[in-house]
Design a protein around this ligand. Structure first.
Ligand code: UDP
Ligand code: MN
Length: 297
């Protein structure tokens, strides 16, 4: 039924997670209408998540693209902060996609953590760099990344970790609530509205506005997601269209059609420019200031 959280209720059979999950944060929405948990600080026990993940002996992939000036500007801090906060205690493989493998910084990595570098071509327009990620990820998930990782997170590079980002975030498919839009009424959300676009959503469609700076899930689910977005982008290009927010528009269409199994609250990818908000207790990732003149110029 609408408004209940079967996923959380099932885990009550094992521990007290449901009480914690549903009642720890009464001021925010902790469950979607289709029963997926929305993860807020205080709604999960990081130690339980850690133990469960350990028992499964998981390998978790983290992909990031650093093309053009984004490499010097952001990559070192992204990786160094990931070493401090991302899936500490689990096996992790970073995949850095860049046109300049030799320029990739090599921070010291903890035990069980590796960094792989994959060469990509540099698209001329930043919009194309951003959108081309879907195709590249789709191919990577069919290759080594897909073979060695059980779960994968795909992230923007223009951000850094600021708090523990652990296995409580893992699920079949994971979407991130957009920090700027989680308060907005649905009809105002910046979905693609041109009905000719593969990414189009009608005014009465859409659950949340999701942020393309962070999505994840199991390899098979991400193969479907990246295939869908690649196809949509290709179809738009053939029609001479480009969705309003590029790959993010297509991602939002995908998650409307195929609901995410878990949603991360804006605490997991927060923009400090928004300023303090009572419900944002413990940001896990912080956006870097947008310096478009520097990185896109
Ligand atoms: N990106 C890149 N080089 C570019 C454009 C984009 O490496 O020239 C990658 C990078 O990982 C970046 C992501 O694509 O974080 C998305 O672009 P951007 O962060 O500029 O988009 P925004 O977050 O502003 O929507
Ligand atoms: Mn970004």
């Amino acid at each position: 039924p609408m408004g209940t959280c079967p996923l959380a209720r099932m885990s009550l059979l094992r521990d007290n997670f449901t009480d914690l999950h549903l009642w720890a944060r009464p001021e925010v929405l902790t469950c979607t209408s289709w029963g997926a948990p929305i993860i807020w600080d205080g709604t999960f026990d990081p130690d339980v998540a850690q133990q469960e993940a350990k028992q499964q002996n998981l390998t978790i992939g983290l992909t990031v693209f650093a093309v053009g000036r984004y490499l010097e500007k952001y990559l070192a801090r992204f990786l160094e902060s990931a070493e401090q906060y991302f899936m500490v205690g689990q096996r992790v493989v970073y995949y850095v996609f860049t046109e300049r493998p030799d320029a990739v910084p090599r921070p010291p990595l903890g035990p069980g953590r590796q960094l792989r570098v994959e060469r990509v071509l540099r698209e001329r327009r930043w919009q194309d760099v951003s959108m081309a990620r879907m195709r590249t990820l789709h191919a990577a998930l069919a290759g080594r990344l897909g073979r060695e990782a059980h779960f994968v997170f795909c992230m923007d590079v223009d951000q850094h970790f600021s708090g523990a980002f652990g296995p409580e975030t893992l699920a079949d498919s994971v979407a991130q609530m957009h920090a700027w839009h989680y308060h907005w009424p649905r009809r105002l959300l910046p979905y693609e509205r041109d009905a000719r676009s593969a990414a189009a959503l009608a005014p009465d469609e859409g659950d949340f506005y999701y942020h393309a700076a962070l999505f994840g899930g199991k390899v098979e689910a991400l193969r479907r997601l990246t295939a869908h977005c690649t196809r949509g982008q290709q179809q738009d290009r053939l029609r001479g269209l480009e969705a309003r927010w590029h790959d993010e528009s297509h991602l939002n269409k995908y998650f409307w059609l195929h609901k995410p199994a878990k949603v991360l609250s804006p605490e997991f990818c927060w923009s400090p420019e928004i300023g303090p908000r009572a419900e944002i207790r413990h940001p896990r990732l912080l956006w870097a200031p947008k310096e478009y003149a520097v990185v896109r110029g």
